[in-house]
Ligand binder design. Structure first.
Ligand code: GLA
Length: 729
């Protein structure tokens, strides 16, 4: 049993294959956190270490409730701390009571442990069958407000991961306002950690940053209504001295696509508290008696193999327990997208020519990007008018699809369902459907407004429009785009006291629409996008197995973007295409896109003969290495953000029978010989290095490396080296 409750010590212990997490019921039923770290057999001795030497005057306690004078909320690690009763650190929850204060004091009431994992109403979350996971549900009550917290912990049998969330239920008789609901609160006993997360902007997503924890608060957040290019809802705490493949790392990923916040406070005693959840300053939720509010889910991962081990656990977990539907494990077609090849300048004849050329090269699907609907001749108009522009195409959509299918390719299409152009029939008919605040001029982003997805009639309209096209055509793929952030946030359909619910309701509305579309058209492969990686998050991954990682297709700049995304997200989810970008040759562009879903975004008619041959062999490599890349373990060997010359990575199949090593020469090196060690191989096995015919033991490859001799005189910036390894019988 991965979850146990010891009735004599009152300790809950949650064991994953290599980690333990523990908390206890301390005096008067406080939920006191005890431990998160490498797997240990015994926890009880830790319970004796509560006395941290508080100074009574400035660590007030409730004498009626807390008789043990060595115990103070001022420094006690807690599972679900509220403010106002002596814990002055960042709280997990803030509830404005009918009396107007925000004091809460949650105490344990009961618990249950059961196999499997419950779904979270209206929200994407990890899933597991009985036998794959076990769940602990703890009920804690704040008796004055009557708010009951249902704390959920799911332990996965095969992964060093624990999923957490909280549902708040108003069991009182008067409404309360939830002003802060964190999905996860984690207290640690030492500040000996570095905080790692990613930041960026459009076309430069996922730059990794690492800073030591310090006293006070460190935080990052999105208030854009969406995940954003600026930050990603993921953070890692890396034990000082730990690195890519060694030492302890704790990763926290939020399965959410709206405003989020990650906060770490190191208190006066040097103990960090990490809280992650919905961004509180843009959130306030009125909870009527009898109602419940479900927080998004957070996933904690523990690794003793550094960041790499943490990433690999996230990858496996998300591949097996988050991404779902027909396409979760089905082989994805090798696609070509029209955007960078044609932008808005296309008709059916041109697209069919693309398909015919692409078909000869082994490409399997053509995606018609933006520009096929309404009066959409540029990005100034027509979002919301999802009717096929036959005049522009020069034929019906069915005829276009038939032409593409005849060339042997499947067909995909682009949508931006959450948006509305001021110059659109939809806006002229329903101007109040755009998000707006009364008395203010609406901001525009890319000449567009955002639809009020909190409103069912808006979602119904968009669903009907989408279903009209998707239901009557042979469409195999949809790219779901989202090209601006939210401003002037308010809904005409919400009363003033509920406007604080807007941002979260927006996300719930988007999830509802995605659920409807994916349920109605389960055969369609959905790819998310938000001006590239502006909504690359685990919430979106639940609905769409892949997400366009960045609008930047420069293969060298892509390296740090993809490495940053891979901290938390599997390569099977990272949309990556070969484009006409001149920064490197087609071999390198292919090698970089292969660390992702792989596809093309160029005019196939303009390829040289040499490039055509390269595309054909890349298409063959795509099929040959598909399983290895999608199911294999990723090792980030050399990070281009840290090394001026190289970026190196490796995939190793789960059975260690095959490996794929890639080196990108970012900048021509001065040294000829480079020692680089491979990882993850079986030291006992002999591997054939396919490109050279050498046979080396796994031990040699992991100690002396693949023996890369880079002749500076015969090497250019942007070259690549690719090596395949196959274990010999
Ligand atoms: C966004 C996407 C691009 C493309 C355009 C179309 O920028 O990221 O890939 O689909 O929209 O307008």
């Amino acid at each position: 049993m991965p979850i146990t409750f010891d009735a004599s010590s009152h300790i809950f212990k949650l064991d994953t294959p290599s980690s333990s997490y523990a908390f206890m019921l301390f005096s008067e039923n406080y939920l006191v956190h005890l431990y998160y770290g490498p797997k240990v057999p015994d926890i009880a001795p830790l319970a004796a270490l509560m006395d941290r030497g508080s100074y009574d005057s400035f660590s007030p306690r409730n004498p009626a409730l807390i008789t043990d004078r060595s115990f103070s909320l001022d420094f006690t690690p807690q599972e679900f701390p509220g403010p106002g009763c002596g814990d002055y650190r960042i709280p997990a929850v803030e509830v404005r009571s009918p009396a107007g204060d925000t004091v809460t004091d949650f105490r344990y009431v009961s618990h249950k442990i059961y196999p499997g994992k419950p779904a979270l109403e209206g929200l994407p979350a990890t899933f597991a069958q009985e036998g794959e996971a076990e769940t602990l549900e703890v009920e804690a009550l704040d008796p004055v407000t009557g708010v009951k917290a249902h704390l959920l912990y799911t332990v996965f049998a095969q992964h060093d991961a624990i999923a957490r969330s909280v549902r708040l239920e108003n069991t009182g008789v008067r409404p309360v306002d939830l002003e802060r609901v964190m999905s996860l609160c984690l207290d640690l006993p030492t500040m000996d950690y570095d905080l790692i997360h990613v930041y960026g902007r459009w076309a430069k997503e996922n730059t990794t940053t690492r800073t030591p924890l310090r006293h006070g608060c460190q935080s990052f957040a999105s208030r854009r209504g969406m995940t954003s290019h600026s930050y990603n809802p993921f953070a890692a705490l890396l034990r000082q001295g730990a690195g890519e493949e060694q030492g302890e790392a704790i990763g926290v990923g939020l399965i959410y696509s709206g405003n989020f916040s990650f906060e770490v406070e190191v208190d006066h005693l040097g103990c960090p508290r990490l809280a992650a959840g919905i961004e509180p300053s843009t959130f306030c939720w009125r909870l009527e008696p009898g109602e419940s509010f479900q927080s998004p889910e957070a996933v904690m991962v523990f690794s003793q193999q550094g960041l790499g081990g943490m990433s690999r656990t996230f990858h496996r977990l998300y591949n097996q327990h988050l991404i779902h539907g027909e396409w979760a494990h089905k082989k994805r077609p090798l696609l070509i997208n029209s955007w960078e090849a044609a932008y808005f300048d296309f008709d059916a004849a041109k697209l069919v020519e693309f398909a015919q050329e692409a078909g000869k090269l082994g490409i399997e699907m053509l995606v018609m990007d933006d520009g096929w609907f309404g009066e959409r001749c540029d990005d100034h108009r027509a979002l919301g008018d999802w009717q096929v522009n036959e005049e522009k195409l020069g034929c019906s959509l069915s005829e276009l699809i038939a032409g593409v299918n005849q060339a042997g390719l499947k067909f995909g299409i682009w949508y931006e369902p959450e948006m509305i152009s001021p110059d659109s029939d939809l806006y002229r008919a329903h101007p109040d459907w755009a998000i707006a605040t009364s008395g203010r001029v609406n901001s525009q982003g890319r000449y567009q407004y955002v639809l009020d997805m909190t409103r069912k009639e808006v979602r119904d309209n968009i669903f009907e429009q989408m279903a009209g096209v998707l239901g009557s055509h042979k469409i195999d793929y949809v790219k779901w785009d989202c090209n601006r952030n939210i401003t002037e946030a308010a809904s005409a359909a919400l009363p003033p006291e509920r406007q604080g619910e807007f941002f979260h309701r927006y996300v719930l509305g988007v999830y509802d629409l995605m659920e409807r579309v994916t349920k109605a058209f389960p055969h369609i492969l959905l790819e998310n996008c938000s001006g590239g990686g502006g909504r690359f998050d685990a919430g979106m991954l639940y609905y769409s197995p892949q997400i366009w990682t960045s609008d930047n297709t420069d293969p060298i700049e892509r390296l740090s973007i993809q490495f940053g995304a891979s901290l938390c997200y599997p390569v099977s989810s990272m949309g990556a295409h070969v484009s006409a970008n001149p920064r490197a040759g087609i071999a390198t562009k292919g090698a970089v896109a292969m660390m992702g879903t792989f596809g093309y975004e160029l005019d196939p008619r303009k390829l040289t003969e040499e490039e055509r041959e390269a595309v054909k062999s890349q298409a063959a490599a795509y099929h040959k290495d598909y399983e290895l890349i999608r199911e294999g373990d990723l090792y980030r060997l050399t990070d281009s953000a840290e090394n001026r010359n190289f970026c190196d990575w490796e995939f190793v199949s789960p059975d260690k029978e095959r490996a794929l090593f890639t080196r990108i020469i970012v900048r021509r090196p001065d040294l000829v010989f480079q020692t680089l060690r491979l990882r993850g191989l079986d030291p006992e096995k002999l591997y054939l290095e396919e490109e050279t015919g050498r046979i080396c033991s796994g031990a040699l490859l992991m100690s002396a490396g693949p023996g890369l001799c880079v002749n500076p005189w015969a090497t250019k910036d942007g070259d690549c080296i690719v090596r395949h390894y196959t274990a010999q019988p």
